[in-house]
Design a binder for this molecule. Sequence first.
Ligand code: SF4
Ligand code: SF4
Length: 174
Amino acid sequence: MSQTDNSKIIQSEELDPNFKYEVAKEHGGEQIKFCFQCGTCAAGCPIRTINGDFNPRTIIRKVLLGMRKEVLSGKEIWMCSNCYICYERCPQNVKFTDIIFALRNIAAREGYTHPSFVKQADLIRNMGRLYEVTELELDKREDYNLPPINPTNDDLDKVFEKTKIEDKLKKSRD
Ligand code: SF4
Ligand code: SF4
């Protein structure tokens, strides 16, 4: 006789029935309640084809059920590549790609920003881009008569100050 995996049982007392309203109020999350779980988003998702743990339909289902902590603290919401395929194909105009941004914004405020995104913010802070501009790239650009790239960006302090990114990441760094 097979045993029940208790970790997969949804505990109703842990559900937050207001979570879907919270997401719907967040910029980008407005359409979430229109999802009728057809699975078209999951069928066309390129991330899902390489990682079966990721499923946009399931993420929406969890939000609608009120699985707030599981969704916000999980890694799934950070796996979407924002390719907009599901956004284009959804018959209900749910705009899942925008919902992902809404969920990430709520998660960041709660201190759940995935470490890889914190690292990306640090790289942009230090260099203005995600990849270091090395001599190799500069030589290549010269070969193609392209102007050199400044490896640093003096306006970054202003950008970070204006957008308050550090405040938003503070909880996730603690
Ligand atoms: S395609 Fe749209 S309606 Fe269908 S499950 Fe995905 S988000 Fe929901
Ligand atoms: S936007 Fe995200 S969820 Fe939608 S198809 Fe692309 S990777 Fe998948």
